[in-house]
Design a protein around this ligand. Structure first.
Ligand SMILES: [Zn+2]
Length: 458
């Protein structure tokens, strides 16, 4: 029977270098702050799968490929899945998610209760089965009159009524009113669910007795785009340089940064509320609380916007704050220049009594992988097609000894090497980074699916 709570809070899309205000709050509340924390991927699906399996994307397989994009990606092997394991250990599991990829449909279903706060751009009158039926009827019976007589003929008055209502709701006038409501009353897109999550924690998760423990996973989307009612970040900007140069100016970026920072201020207040609630219910000191992010965000650096595809520091360096239960003795360990991969949170969270050991977090090297573009994009211009071709490649970022490398796995070359602790990038450093990338590919491949073969030559 667990004797504490485990609360994993993922502040989706929060960059490490923008987490200052949140760090200030958390450190004041007894959290420890960690540095050199690397996300295993620059976007949601692979990164979350790594936290829930303790494995890199190459092994768990939930990543993009040239033929498989976001909505078609699923986690293949769920044998040791974190939520499943926690449930087996006796935790009461809760998922509070505002991210459409972190839902029961995508495999996050070992929870006793799930709060999904997904943005709906319009009213949903019909359920999925009814939508399919209406679609089938429209295809077969082309006119509204024929559809109506078919539904009356089989006595399906409910679908007839809901179908008619759906037509009204789908009209642009009703949609416009609904959008106004979402913006003015619900404060979307500034507020993307944080408020309801706090309320749900208060009224459901933390109400009532729980002598054992709860495993609570929270994904807050406030730092994720969109930041304005009219979405301004899109893939075309990243794939078409002329379009980018015409659209993205100083003013555009200032607005973007202001909006991003405001969201972070809002998240900070939501976290303050959560800590207050935990304290009020006497659960704070018997909780292991992990606050991190799944990836960062590009806000004009390298002439790019958004996330996924690239392995820049703005995307793969993430914040990490941990508060350990106060009645447990933490085995402290020195980081000594080592890195923390988000994959190590799996060990920290799942190792029962053994978990209060900082040594679980550190490793000599950390990696991050991209397999190309994460979403489907239909190019209309040659320059876009060209760029997609260049970007649809598997690359690995390696962090070791104060240096970072980017390794291209197709032509097996180290395409970039840089220093983040003042050391000089020598030939030896480049060789070390390339060797580590190759070793990573080989050892991880053995643990994983065994799909890829690599040459030893650099
Ligand atoms: Zn994300």
């Amino acid at each position: 029977m667990p004797n504490c709570n485990v609360i994993l809070i993922i502040l989706d899309t929060l960059r490490e270098d923008s987490a200052g205000p949140i760090g200030e709050l958390l450190k004041g509340e007894g959290f420890r702050e960690y540095r050199d924390v690397i996300a295993p991927s620059p976007w949601t699906i692979p990164s979350h799968a790594s936290m829930f399996t303790g494995k890199y994307p190459l092994v768990h397989g939930a990543h993009e490929t040239p033929d498989r994009k976001a909505y078609n990606i699923r986690i293949r092997d769920r044998s040791g899945f974190l939520s499943k394991r926690m449930r087996e250990e006796g935790y009461a599991n809760y998922l509070l998610s505002a991210n459409p990829y972190i839902t029961a449909d995508f495999g996050y279903d070992d929870f006793d209760d799930i709060l999904e706060l997904l943005y709906q751009p319009r009213f949903e009158v019909l359920n999925d089965a009814e939508k399919r039926e209406m679609y089938r009827l429209r295809k077969k019976k082309d006119t509204t009159g024929k559809i109506i007589s078919t539904l009356i003929g089989r006595g399906d008055i409910k679908l007839l009524f809901k179908g008619a209502l759906n037509r009204v709701v789908e009209s642009s006038f009703v949609t416009a009113i609904y959008h106004q409501y979402q913006h003015r009353i619900q404060k979307w897109p500034f507020e993307k669910g944080a408020k309801k999550m706090v309320e749900y924690l208060r009224s459901k998760v933390l109400s009532g007795e729980n002598a054992g423990g709860r495993f609570v996973v929270i994904n807050m989307m406030e730092a994720h785009e969109p930041y304005f009612r009219k979405p301004i970040l899109n893939m075309k900007l990243n794939l078409n340089q002329d379009h980018y140069k015409k659209t993205v100016n100083r003013n555009f970026l200032d607005n973007l940064w202001n909006a991003y920072r405001k969201e972070i201020g809002y998240i900070k207040e939501a976290l303050r509320e959560i800590i207050y609630l935990l304290n009020e219910t006497g659960e704070l000191d018997r909780s292991l609380i992990v606050v991190t992010s799944d990836h960062g965000q590009l806000l004009g650096e390298h002439d790019q916007l958004g996330h996924g595809t690239f392995l820049y520091d703005e995307l793969i360096r993430v914040p990490l704050f941990i508060r350990y239960p106060s009645d447990m003795t933490l085995k402290e360990a020195k980081q000594k220049g080592r890195y923390i991969s988000l994959t190590s949170l799996y060990d920290l969270i799942s190792k029962g009594e053994e978990r209060y050991n900082e040594e679980h977090l550190f490793s000599e090297a950390a990696f991050s992988e991209t397999y190309g573009i994460s979403n489907i994009f239909k190019p209309t211009m040659d320059c876009e097609r060209e760029k997609i071709k260049r970007l649809e490649r598997r690359k690995i970022a390696i962090f070791h000894n104060g240096f970072k490398g980017i390794f291209d796995t197709e032509d097996l070359t180290l395409e970039e090497a840089s220093s983040h602790r003042g050391g000089k990038v020598t030939r030896n450093v480049r060789e070390d980074l390339a060797t580590r990338a190759l070793e990573f590919m080989e050892t991880e491949e053995k643990k994983g699916v065994g799909r890829v073969r690599f040459s030893k030559k650099i």
